[in-house]
Write a protein that binds this ligand. Structure first.
Ligand SMILES: [Zn+2]
Length: 476
């Protein structure tokens, strides 16, 4: 019998706000443990939470980006549970009235096909503290407690680990482009749980679903799902039952382990938080969020292909990084050769940045200087080879290419008088190549060309050198 997987994802995203969800503490990552805390986010008794409006507005913006319905009326609920990362013994979340409901994220499949993955809801809650386990003790850091956390719940629309991978990638691109979150998984800004079940192909009912937790990278999600699908399929083939439970992914071991049997919503005893007013979302709030909507990644990719004549691959690489796309566009929009700009960005610039372990935001080269460099090469003022030398200097010093060319005397020699001098010298020095050329070996001219380039220290205009050599060798 053939089986297929049914996958749904719950993605938790830390929103990019200055302060926490219900208090004024900073959200910045990387502070010493328990330095960004106050009685509210430490869960002291008797304190009162105050809602962060920016977090609500970013959640509304997310809803608009994925085509959700934004609720006019929403509220806060207490999700009760007992754990050291939440000393007040409940998390403030949204239960039956989330801010956003329904929506979709489009993913790309092999062969250029697309598929819409439904989004059930996106709601807002507070993040919990972070536990760290040492050899004999455990520590809890409350800097993370209370950071605005948006949960995006998908429909069980994915059928393979690859589709899940494509979904997280697409969702991440949308969130980053909208300024909702940086989605840095290493900093825990994007975390993902998955529900997965398998069923015989053709069967309508879902199989018993298993929840997988602790997948810390997107490729970890893909591997965990592949493992789990295989485990469940093997169990069914042996006539065993799959039990509904929560399993933990162990990336090093490459397998999942049982954590606990599945809990149900009623275990959490959700009830409206009496300390917080319901959220009334006005038309003005939605209109304000709409004004801040960015161009969505897929639309930008298509525009880059059309407007700048880029191949699909280039557009994909550039748009995947919002900052890089912005940088490229600043350089390309002023250039007569946007494809050349893309070549410089994709090979030289990305290569240098990764070598120097720098981000595009830390790049010394101004976009307009890249435009200037391409114009210098295209206009024949410098050769492509010298261009690379100039580029390296631009990367180190941040100077303009024009200034570097002037300072180093790198202007390409196109003056035929000077070039003829170099050509004569090369011919005089290489009688063998000259003889070879005259005997019919056309390739021998390349050696002579190389000699001229060397004599000119790479500054001779190669096209003119070729012409002069041809003339001299054929004529003489
Ligand atoms: Zn606080």
């Amino acid at each position: 019998m053939q089986y297929e997987a049914v996958i749904g994802l719950e993605v938790h995203v830390q929103l990019k706000t200055k302060s926490k969800m219900f208090c004024g503490c900073a959200t910045e990552f990387g502070g010493s443990p328990n330095t960004q805390v106050c009685p509210v986010c430490l869960g002291y008794p008797g304190v009162l939470p105050v809602m962060n409006e920016e977090a609500v507005s970013k959640t509304i913006r997310t809803g608009l980006m994925i085509g959700s319905k934004v609720a006019g009326f929403s509220k806060w609920d207490r999700k009760s549970y007992f754990y050291p990362d939440m000393p007040k013994n409940y998390q403030i979340s949204q239960y039956d009235l989330p801010l956003c409901a329904e929506g979709a994220v489009e993913i790309k499949l092999d062969g250029g096909k697309t598929k819409a993955i439904g989004v059930t809801r996106a709601h807002l809650e507070e993040d919990v503290a972070k536990s760290t386990h040492f050899e004999t003790t455990s520590g809890v850091d409350f800097n993370r407690a209370g950071v605005p956390l948006m949960e995006v719940v998908s429909e069980p629309d994915m059928r393979s680990p690859e589709e899940a991978f494509a979904y997280i990638t697409a969702l991440k691109e949308i969130l980053v482009s909208g300024g909702i979150s940086d989605c840095d998984m290493e900093k825990g800004q994007l975390r993902c749980d998955s529900n997965v079940s398998v069923r015989p192909i053709g069967q309508k009912e879902f199989g018993e679903k298993v929840e997988i937790k602790n997948m810390n990278t997107i490729s970890g999600v893909r591997r965990a799902l592949a493992y789990e699908i295989q485990r469940q399929t093997a169990a069914l083939q042996k006539g065993e039952k799959v039990s509904q439970e929560t399993r933990r992914w162990d990336d090093a071991a490459g397998r999942t382990f049982v954590m606990r049997t599945k809990e149900y919503a009623h275990d959490y005893r959700y009830f409206p938080d009496p300390d917080l007013m319901p959220v009334v979302v006005s038309e003005e709030m939605i209109a304000a969020a709409r004004k801040l909507l960015p161009e969505l990644p897929e639309a930008k990719r298509q525009r880059f292909i059309k407007q700048y004549g880029l191949p699909e691959y280039d557009a994909g690489v550039l748009v995947a990084d919002t900052a890089l796309a912005g940088y490229y566009e600043k350089a390309a929009v002023a250039s007569k050769n946007p494809k050349a700009i893309s070549n410089w960005v994709m090979t030289e610039l990305l290569g240098k940045l990764s070598e120097a372990k720098r981000t595009i935001g830390e790049c010394a080269i101004q976009p307009e200087h890249l435009t200037e460099l391409v114009a210098l090469v295209d206009g024949g003022q410098i050769s492509g080879k010298i261009g690379k030398e100039v580029f390296a200097e631009m990367f180190d010093s941040g100077k303009s290419p024009g200034l570097i060319v002037k300072e180093k005397g790198l202007v390409q020699v196109s003056d035929t008088g000077a070039l003829e001098g170099f050509v004569n010298e090369a011919i005089a020095k290489s009688p063998k190549s000259v003889a070879d050329f005259k005997a019919g070996n056309e390739g021998a001219i390349n050696f002579l060309k190389g000699q001229v380039m060397k004599l000119s220290k790479g500054k001779a205009n190669p096209q003119l050198v070729g012409e002069i050599l041809q003339r001299k060798l054929r004529g003489g």
